[in-house]
Design a protein. Structure first.
Length: 103
């Protein structure tokens, strides 16, 4: 994930802390991010993940947008699919956890 900063206003200034992924809802295609102060923001997968299909069709790359269709925790893989049913498997990204904020 590209680096995201919290845009919540605190005393007239942006919070600016790093946002970490805290929830991913496959049915609604929404990811929820939170900063260390507890400010939350939601983004559609399409806003966060901009992947295109790299399958070859008639000697050319398909290039259609991919949508997340499944998350396989056993294999730590996300499954993306384009409108032509080509599938792409991507390793799950791990989020760095700051030990200072761990429980």
């Amino acid at each position: 994930m590209e680096e995201r900063k919290c845009h919540t206003l605190v005393d007239g200034k942006e919070c600016g802390l790093d946002l970490l992924l805290v929830e991913r809802e496959l049915e609604t295609q929404v990811e929820t991010y939170e900063c260390a102060r507890g400010h939350r923001t939601e983004h559609l997968f399409a806003e966060v993940v901009k992947r295109t299909c790299t399958s070859f069709v008639d000697g050319k790359e398909c290039g259609l947008p991919l949508a997340l269709v499944q998350r396989e925790l056993e294999t730590a893989t996300e499954v993306y699919e384009c409108p032509l049913d080509h599938r792409t498997y991507v390793p799950l990204e791990t989020e760095d956890i700051d030990p200072e904020f761990s429980i």
